[in-house]
Design a protein around this ligand. Structure first.
Ligand SMILES: C[S@@+](CC[C@H](N)C(=O)[O-])C[C@H]1O[C@@H](n2cnc3c(N)ncnc32)[C@H](O)[C@@H]1O
Length: 268
């Protein structure tokens, strides 16, 4: 069975993501602030989502172009709407980063909050390296290190409980959270030079129980919840996690950690 055999598994509720992705946009803006751009480059946004950061990137490239790729058709259609006024300087393409069809094409690649959804980083980084023109750069961030360890432990314990275990038979977490050292090695194996990686905490505090109950299933645990067939039981799963989060200090906080990734393709 292929990784994406479940037709819903690649899909997101993109309007909810667009509305609730303030944490991802805040982190992503910091990644974009690290770029040294001439302003006329061709840049790939790998896993562009609903295009909020793609739009910011376009603003930094007044004479350049961006290609945004994403696996989710819902995300791409929200991005098309969001970027409708971009005057033809952006192309949005449905594709899997594990099968990226570009070679020697881009001056740079930006990616935020996407790579941890791709389980084979050797293959991913190899594809990104091939997509870059000689001398091209990668500036990226994704989940890494002990990202959401507390939430993962709670969700996995609940998934293994008597009520839910039958739904999670054979379930594998959909993420890879590499640490700074192993991701640097993976980037170098793909051919990248001038590699720099680091992991940083990004504790995120949601407003209240209602915010938590909407954010967590749509942004973090959507692949877990797809396993539970009834809406009533999905609500029970989230109710239990929300009760636990209410007891945290601070309440409704998410123990996010980000992995920063930088590298360059050798020049000809
Ligand atoms: C959390 S969103 C981040 C979107 C955007 N970069 C941002 O920071 O708001 C993760 C995105 O990665 C995309 N994604 C996950 N796996 C992918 C893959 N194998 N190929 C392409 N896109 C993928 C998802 O569809 C989703 O749009």
């Amino acid at each position: 069975m292929s990784e994406h055999a479940n037709p819903t598994s690649r899909e997101w509720n993109s309007s909810v993501y667009h509305r609730l992705s303030a944490p991802q946009v805040t982190w992503g803006k910091k990644v974009l602030a690290r770029l040294w751009l001439r302003g006329d480059e061709l840049v790939l946004d790998a896993g562009c989502g609903t295009g909020r950061l793609t739009g910011e990137l376009l603003e930094a490239l007044p004479g350049g172009r961006v290609v945004g790729v994403d696996l989710s058709q819902n995300m791409l259609s929200s991005a098309r709407e969001h970027l409708a006024q971009s005057g033809g300087r952006v192309s949005l393409v449905a594709c899997d980063l594990s099968h990226l069809p570009f070679a020697n094409a881009f001056d740079g690649i930006v990616s935020t909050a996407a790579f941890h959804w791709v389980l084979d980083h050797d293959r991913l980084f190899g594809n990104l390296y091939r997509a870059l023109a000689p001398g091209g750069w990668l500036e990226a961030q994704c989940g890494g290190g002990p990202n959401i360890a507390r939430l993962r432990q709670r969700a996995n314990a609940l998934a293994a409980s008597r009520q839910f275990a039958a739904y999670f038979e054979g379930f594998r977490e959909p993420w890879l959270f590499e640490d700074a050292e192993s991701s640097a090695e993976t980037l170098r194996r793909a051919g990248f030079i001038d590699v720099e990686t680091s992991v940083e905490p990004a504790l995120t505090i949601l407003d209240n129980a209602e915010h938590y109950r909407e954010f967590v299933p749509n942004i973090i645990l959507r692949r877990h919840l797809e396993n539970i067939p009834s809406a009533a039981e999905r609500a029970q799963f989230m109710a239990r996690l929300t009760e636990q989060a209410a007891e945290d200090d601070p309440p409704f906080s998410l123990d996010y950690w980000r992995l920063n990734l930088r590298g360059r393709k050798v020049s000809d």
